[in-house]
Design a protein around this ligand. Structure first.
Ligand code: NAG
Length: 299
């Protein structure tokens, strides 16, 4: 299956190639330079925001369909509507039919990974998406979201040059293709975990359905480093890592496109989900078929 990127994205890729070319040190880029890059120092905005930038889908009827992509969206949170937690209210009129969720998620992650690779933005999969990769390099059929991470220099790069960019893809079987929007939370410059309302640093949004991927930045953990842990990294959602657990990233495939996975993936999965998560073949109403490597629904 081949995805075609339109001229907009290509232009973006071209621009970023120039930008990256000037940003890279001369000579060989080796692992140590990557590590230095990860651990780059960033000032934090000290004031903790009172507003939540990204909202999930809310009372759909209150969102004018034409509200489009013009920035932050102060839609009311509807605690009871948890079923559309993973839809962006500006684009979602209703949740997708169940059988449409996995194909839409698959197109989301494929277009995201392809775009990030073409603009030179380093990203990798984490959490439930990494566990799904571990089993068969496919999205879990019962999943309704995807988790990706980026490094702190990458969030700065995306915020500076790619915020609110639209990327159109021809998708086999989808008439007219789909347009995806990359949106970066302006509060990404607040590095504190106290910013509980803005733990998500960016989103890759399918503007046809409102379905999105959350993007979280992995940052240098200043506090831990001061206490002597020289490799400490953190996310605003309180996940903590050591540099050597994530880097160097490994190359693999997910949903048939190239993906990067954290270096110590088994260790990370075991810590987050327990060792059984990698042996238990019954999950989410499905059984893992060792022959076909597919999660079959238990009927
Ligand atoms: C991205 O663009 C939106 C819409 O203009 C804006 O609200 C938001 O603050 C921008 N994010 C960053 C990181 O500048």
């Amino acid at each position: 299956m081949r995805l075609a990127i339109c001229s907009l994205a290509r232009l973006g890729g071209f621009l970023s190639t120039i930008l990256l070319a000037t940003a890279l040190p001369s000579g060989e880029t080796n692992f140590m330079s990557v590590r230095e890059n990860v651990a780059k120092d960033y000032e934090s905005v000290t004031e903790i925001p009172q507003d939540k930038y990204f909202s999930e889908c809310a009372l759909i009827s209150t969102v004018p369909p034409s509200s489009g992509i013009s920035g932050p969206h102060q839609v009311e949170e509807d605690a009871e509507s948890s079923f559309h937690y993973h839809y962006d209210g500006r684009f979602a009129e209703a949740p997708l039919p169940d059988d449409q969720v996995t194909p839409h998620l698959s197109a989301l992650i494929r277009t995201y990974l392809t775009t990030m690779a073409s603009i030179g933005a380093e990203t990798w999969i984490m959490h439930g998406t990494l566990l799904a990769w571990w089993w068969n390099q496919k999205i879990f059929p019962w999943d309704n979201d995807l988790d990706v991470q980026i490094s702190e220099p990458t969030i700065h790069f995306l915020a500076d040059y790619y915020n609110m960019t639209q990327h159109h893809f021809d998708i086999p079987g989808v008439s007219g293709g789909r347009t995806y929007l990359l949106e970066i939370n302006p509060h990404y410059v607040v590095r504190s975990t106290q910013d509980r309302l803005n733990v998500i640093d960016g989103r890759w949004i399918d503007t046809s359905s409102g379905l999105f991927i959350d993007i979280t930045a992995v940052r240098k953990d200043d506090e831990q480093r001061q206490r002597g842990n020289t490799e400490a990294l953190m996310c605003k959602d309180h996940h903590r890592y050591d540099e050597s657990q994530i880097f160097p990233l490994r190359d693999s495939y997910f949903e048939d496109v190239p993906v990067k996975v954290p270096y110590a993936y088994t260790w990370l999965l075991e810590e987050e989900y327990g060792p059984k998560s990698m042996t238990n073949k019954f999950f989410g109403g499905h059984k893992f078929n060792d022959e076909t490597k597919v999660w079959d629904p238990i009927v």
